[in-house]
Write a protein of this length. Sequence first.
Length: 367
Amino acid sequence: MSRYYDKDKIKERLDLEQIYDLLELWGGEPEFVSTGLISQTICHNLPGVGSRKLYYYENTRLFICYSGCPDAGGFDIFDLCIKVMKNQKNLDWELYDAMNYIATYFGFEGEEQLDQEEENLEDWEVFKRHKREPMKQVEDIMLPAYDSIILTRFAHPHIASWEAEGISYDIIKENQICYYPGNEQIVIPHFDINNRLIGIRGRYLDEERAIRYGKYRPLSIGKTLYTHPLSMNLYNLNNSKEAIRQYGVAIIFEGEKSALLYQTLYGKENDISVACCGSSVSNYHIHLLRQVGAREIILAFDRQFQEIGDDEFQRLKNKILHIYKKYGKTIKITAIFDKDMITGYKSSPIDEGIKKFETLVLNRIMF
């Protein structure tokens, strides 16, 4: 017995948020635009190397790269998957590999069909041969590490804009946040659960560069690109794992600054925060949090909508529901959703102080 995937059916089932999830998983740092999505050109570049000229058009379900891509006429999500696997992992995938990868990632069921040698078997013999596979367990992954000596070569000035938002200078120093004058970037080191340096993200201060390349991108120095798969690690878990174990609760924010602000407001000894660096929660993220003893995960995404019921509201609602449906059977999922709009547009739930944050936590969605 084998499993058959229909390309068109899979493509029809993929909504815009799921395309966003894949682009984020592959390091494209996507953004929603009126026509669909815009991303880094991961179709022919490694993450952080190309420009932001890969567009996904929701009406046609096709990508078009405006940066010298060989397939300038457009390609679909399966073609992009094949390109990404070749560029990033040197794998020579074909269409079926890409369909299987995407269908498995989102839990889409394929259609079962008999293998040729099974066609002449009696029904009972087919069932006897076809055993249900046990649910696959997530295995620990050891990401490659970078030499942390690089962090000693940067300046450690006060970051006025971050401190104005409430993040203390002591917390900035303790998390080894620094500054790279060569690119006018705030340097944000990412460590794994064992305090190994596995990546460095840079936040452009120059608005022109931020618009052109995206505010955040992997730091590039000389011939080294300090990139890592965001889906395979949670920022700040190295700091918060003991408190998460103690309280049994973890809060997932979108960005690193929210975790740093949580540390500032509640103290490192009470820190149960992590950041997924986007709004996608992966299987491995759940695995990491369960591994350190989390029994509840609070989703604390930004208030990315302007009016109740608008397109952004529906998008955020569906994203949260998607995460709950995908992982709610393995761990308790709750979610902050600022339906009363007590915080500003695009604000993190913790941006505007403890009082508003704790109100949002108290009134979070209990599925």
